[in-house]
Structure formats: structure tokens, C-alpha cells
Design a protein around this ligand. Structure first.
Ligand SMILES: Nc1ncnc2c1ncn2[C@@H]1O[C@H](COP(=O)(O)OP(=O)(O)OP(=O)(O)O)[C@@H](O)[C@H]1O
Ligand SMILES: [Mg+2]
Length: 267
């Protein structure tokens, strides 16, 4: 795994998004803008840990996501933001990608459906099943469309591992809480015959097995870079990671992916 850049804010926060985590947009020391998620209190932040793990594993799977970095936002740069935050912990930042639009039930119909985008979406869906991402659903795709490079970009890993507290064992997504239930899938699936889509899905088994192996091999290096300031007990995270690689989970995910795909293809 490559070393994660550590950046500093260079200006007052420019904007706050009114989405669930109230992220902020910050100009950083590498001259790029970053959408930053931050420690909301001194209580351990499982959500930041999820963002951190999810975005790196997405990378391992070859799923397009924005480049990320640790961002230290200086105290004086928070002025005007009323949301509670900690200045003594790094934020998790995603580089702002220009020339992109949020994929929604409206914008998705502007996208030219191609088999390449459909295959990209199926990989994202499979990744979500494995990582138990409950936050990418029919009304919140957590996905950008890059109009220049005509690709989907996956964002927002705060909802992986089912819960934001890591309290319960992993549980499978249902056929309605996957991106396969969303309009973007209904739109993209038009470009191929149902039988061909099912064949493409079956072919993803090799990709799945390789990605799992690569994830397993990367896990230690990922966790080594986890900031202590996020205050989450390492053994809880390790136990959670172990569940992701249990045979029963891995087999269940693959079956569930195919079942949910078929269900959503035929509806
Ligand atoms: N890398 C990026 N480049 C451009 N825009 C982005 C990027 N990341 C996020 N955004 C924009 O910021 C918005 C909020 O991002 P994100 O979904 O990560 O936040 P959130 O508060 O966790 O959302 P949710 O309500 O789903 O929990 C996105 O809908 C998108 O418009
Ligand atoms: Mg989101």
C-alpha cells in the first residue's frame, strides 16, 4: 500500500455540504481542494475508520474513487463552521474531482449507457456486498459520474460494515439496499441482454477471488496507517476485519450478489 499523504489546510473552509456527515471543503497544502470528514467529538470515530478502510480497499479492488489524504485543518480555518469538531485529530479528505456530477435518479438518465459502465457498476455493487455498505442505495448512490473520462467514481465509505459502531456481526445487504435496485442500474442494464449480464456477473467470480486475496494481503499495511487520534480500539477493528474474510461470509456474499442481481434484472 502506498503512503497516505498528510496535508494541511491553507485557507478558511470554503463550503460545508449539508449531507449526513456535514463534510467540509478545504483548500490544502498540495493546492487541491479536499472534501473532508472529521472527528465530531473525542468519542472514538468508527465512521472515520470506515472511510479510511473502505476507500483503501476500494483501491485494492480497482474501483475508481477519489484520491485521499489525511488533512489537518488549522483551528483558525474552522471559523464560520458551527458543527462540533476536534482540531487535534486528522480529517479524512477526498480530492475534489472537477467535471463530475452526483449520480441521482435524474442525472443518471443523462449518462450514455455502455457495457463498460454497466460492468463498472456491477463491480461496485459486488464490493458493497462484501464490505456491507448500507449507504449506497436507490436514493443515495454515493457515486459521481466523471463526464470527461466517462467513468463512475465511487465515494463515501462511512456506511460500510453495516453499522457505524461495529457492534454486531456482519449481515448481508438485501436486494433493495444495493445500488442494483437504483435507477442507474435500471438505466445501464438497457445496453445488454439479461442473459449476457448474468454471464458477465458469473465472470466476476475470478475478479472477486483475486480482490479478496489482495485485500487480505493489504490489510496489515492499511491498519498500520490508522491514526491513533481517531480513538478506536484496534482489537475491535481487527475482529471486524477478520469477519470479512471468513469463508461463510465470502460464500454468502457471492451467492447474495448473484441472487440480488437476478432479482433486480427481472423486475
Ligand atoms: N471527491 C469528490 N469530488 C467532488 N465532489 C464530491 C467528492 N466527494 C464528495 N463530493 C460531493 O460531496 C457530497 C457529500 O459527500 P459524501 O457523500 O461523501 O458525504 P456524506 O455526508 O457522508 O453523505 P451521506 O449523506 O451519504 O452520508 C457528495 O454528494 C458530492 O456532491
Ligand atoms: Mg454520501
Amino acid at each position: 500500500m502506498s503512503i497516505i499523504p498528510i496535508l494541511q489546510s491553507i485557507k478558511i473552509i470554503e463550503k460545508q455540504y449539508m449531507t449526513g456527515d456535514l463534510p467540509v471543503l478545504v483548500a490544502c497544502s498540495d493546492k487541491n481542494m479536499y472534501i473532508c470528514k472529521y472527528m465530531r467529538s473525542s468519542v472514538g470515530s468508527f465512521k472515520l475508520v470506515s472511510e479510511f478502510i473502505g476507500s483503501q480497499l476500494a483501491n485494492v479492488w480497482g474501483i475508481d474513487s477519489p484520491p485521499y489524504a489525511f488533512v489537518w485543518i488549522k483551528q483558525e480555518h474552522w471559523s464560520g463552521i458551527n458543527t462540533s469538531h476536534s482540531v487535534s485529530a486528522p480529517c479524512w479528505g477526498y480530492m475534489e474531482l472537477v467535471g463530475t456530477v452526483d449520480v441521482t435518479s435524474t442525472t443518471c438518465f443523462e449518462i450514455n449507457p455502455t457495457s463498460s459502465l454497466l460492468k463498472q457498476l456491477m463491480k461496485i455493487a459486488l464490493f458493497d456486498f462484501w464490505i456491507a455498505n448500507e449507504d449506497r442505495t436507490y436514493n443515495n448512490a454515493n457515486m459521481l459520474y466523471d463526464m470527461i473520462n466517462q467513468r463512475l467514481v465511487s465515494i463515501d465509505y462511512g456506511g460500510i460494515l453495516n453499522t457505524s459502531t461495529y457492534d454486531y456481526s456482519l449481515s448481508q445487504l438485501t436486494s433493495t439496499d444495493t445500488i442494483l435496485y437504483a435507477d442507474i442500474f435500471m438505466h445501464l442494464k438497457k445496453c445488454m441482454r439479461i442473459e449476457s449480464i448474468k454471464e458477465e456477473a458469473e465472470k466476476l467470480k475470478v475478479y472477486y477471488d483475486v480482490s479478496i486475496e489482495q485485500s487480505r494481503n493489504s490489510m496489515e499495511a492499511i491498519l498500520r496507517q490508522l491514526p491513533k487520534e481517531w480513538n478506536v480500539c484496534e482489537s475491535i477493528i481487527e475482529a471486524k476485519m477478520k469477519q470479512l474474510f471468513e469463508l461463510k461470509w465470502l460464500e454468502g456474499v457471492w451467492e447474495n450478489f448473484l441472487d440480488c442481481l437476478t432479482e433486480n434484472l427481472e423486475r
